[in-house]
Ligand binder design. Structure first.
Ligand code: BG6
Ligand code: MG
Length: 216
């Protein structure tokens, strides 16, 4: 009998591809402030909280802003981001995600979301995925950012399972590290080159069968 009892999913880049919306909103903010923001820079913000992302963007541009100004800028970016994700549909669920989650639940595994986003509720609602999660732990309820394991430890707690009984699904290096630091198995979604700290790497959930989890 395998010890795996639960799956903990990151949101952005694992369930849905929202990176493009984050990119457009950060770029618009950067442009309003008089500098540009590239897709390469956007890559570095995967898994990074909103506040920390803004700090990085401002540091790359060599700009200093007060805490108050930073709060206003983060809100401005988020309003544009929310405008875009409000238009999301179930078509934007990444390939194989719904099928994988249904298969996992049918196999008796519990499921939770473990995300840095404060917008996860809206995204799950817009994509029609909310009912497939037994628990949601996101940026509204955690204090420490990935690679800190807090978000995944809280997920295990919410599902009443032990960390070693969980598999984490992550597309960001910091997220893979968070899962390992939590004492969990980690499936990386992306390339082996980037996510080599994961126990297994697949291109997407359409390339994985639930039974493979029991061999991790
Ligand atoms: C992560 C994304 O999932 O959530 C980051 O990978 C994003 O790019 C972070 O900054 C916070 O998201 P939000 O929706 O709270 O701004
Ligand atoms: Mg992610």
């Amino acid at each position: 009998m395998s010890k795996i009892k639960a799956c903990l999913f990151d949101l952005d880049g694992v369930i849905v591809d929202t990176a493009v919306y984050h990119y457009r909103a950060w770029k618009r903010l950067a442009n309003e402030l008089g500098f540009d923001f590239t897709e390469e820079e956007n890559e570095k913000l995967k898994g990074v909280s909103r506040v920390k992302s803004l700090e990085l963007i401002l540091s790359w541009a060599g700009l200093e802003k007060t805490q108050e100004e930073q709060a206003e800028l983060a809100t401005r970016k988020n309003n544009w981001y929310v405008e875009m994700i409000t238009q999301m549909t179930p078509d934007e669920i990444l390939p194989g995600v719904r099928e994988f989650m249904e298969e996992a639940r049918a196999a008796g595994l519990k499921t939770a979301l473990g995300s840095a986003s404060k917008n996860s509720g809206l995204i799950l609602e817009r994509t029609g995925l909310a009912a497939l999660f037994d628990a949601v732990v996101d940026g509204n309820s955690v204090t420490a950012s990935k690679p800190d394991p807090e978000v995944f430890l809280r997920g295990a707690e919410a599902l009443a399972v032990a960390p070693y009984e969980c598999v984490v699904f992550e597309d960001a290096v910091a997220g893979v590290q968070a899962g390992k630091a939590a004492g969990m198995k980690v499936v990386g979604i992306g390339t082996e080159e980037v996510l080599h700290e994961a126990d297994l790497v697949v291109k997407g959930l359409s390339h994985l069968r639930v039974e493979q989890l029991f061999d991790l």
